[in-house]
Design a protein around this ligand. Sequence first.
Ligand code: SAM
Length: 313
Amino acid sequence: MTGVPAGHNQAVTDSSSSTDSSRSAAYWNESHAERAGGSHDNFQNHPLIQAYVSLRAFGSMVGHLDVVIAELRARTSPGDRILSVGCGAAVKERALARALPDRQFIGMDIAEEALESTRQSLADEGVLNVSLEYGDFNRLELEKGRFRAILGLGAIHHVEALEAFWEGCHHGLTSDGALLAQEYVGPNRFQWTDAQLEHCNRVLDEIIPDAHKTHHRQVVRVPLDTIIRIDPSESVRSAEILETCEASPLRIEGRTGAGCALLQPVLMNQIRTFDPTNWEHNLVLSQLFVEEDRLMSAGVLGDDIAMFVARPS
Ligand SMILES: C[S@@+](CC[C@H](N)C(=O)[O-])C[C@H]1O[C@@H](n2cnc3c(N)ncnc32)[C@H](O)[C@@H]1O
């Protein structure tokens, strides 16, 4: 098999294929239902990958959401409203809401069925400070200054109308508000660069034992029409997130990168073969970290995951 995702997996721009909101919503309703059943395989869920990402991005083993909690605590006040776009099943938002019970979290998503079941689970768990609203972030219409903070936690890479999105966030934020993002910013539609293909395939040959190649033995660029057919919003303009934000009325105040240009194509959909309590497996992952770091230091690979804060200018 090749490096094709279980749902999707791989990258180049094709702005001609406009995102079909209803197809995205259908895809995500189904995908969230599968995740609720436990079938989701996100390479960043592995604890050692989380540690690597944290060390790269923050220089310490702090949890990714703990960073968001600390930022929100510093940048917002009790009673403030915080919007999280593309919240899905609100897994991250409920953790944030528990840590900051005096802030009001509003999750927005296009997958209505997923929102309905998420509402129910929030009620069952007694989480009172998260409410969910249906919304399409390609047509963001926020009330002026309604939010002290806007979060993009693994969702902005699904935004096609980036320029309008940043304008909408600027409009919806208070003048002292902030947008906090943790996002995939790698190649559009997972059309991996030549350097990624070369080095991912080399490490798959040289470093990864066959037992871990349950999904793919090779990384390839999945044809654009395949990616688009599965989910038209997948990484639709991910590589343009930072530059379009810079060019918007928001100003990027701080940013950090977390690598993953080698890790993601190699491990996507096969991270489950790595048992965090197996030190042989952890040694293989550590060898990948060394390789990715070496390639990044040599300027061969960049950051495919970025964390940034932007503020109204
Ligand atoms: C990769 S998931 C991330 C979910 C969640 N933030 C997380 O990290 O677990 C992307 C989310 O964006 C939502 N989405 C996709 N297109 C959207 C749109 N046009 N408007 C609003 N949400 C959308 C999907 O339904 C999905 O929940």
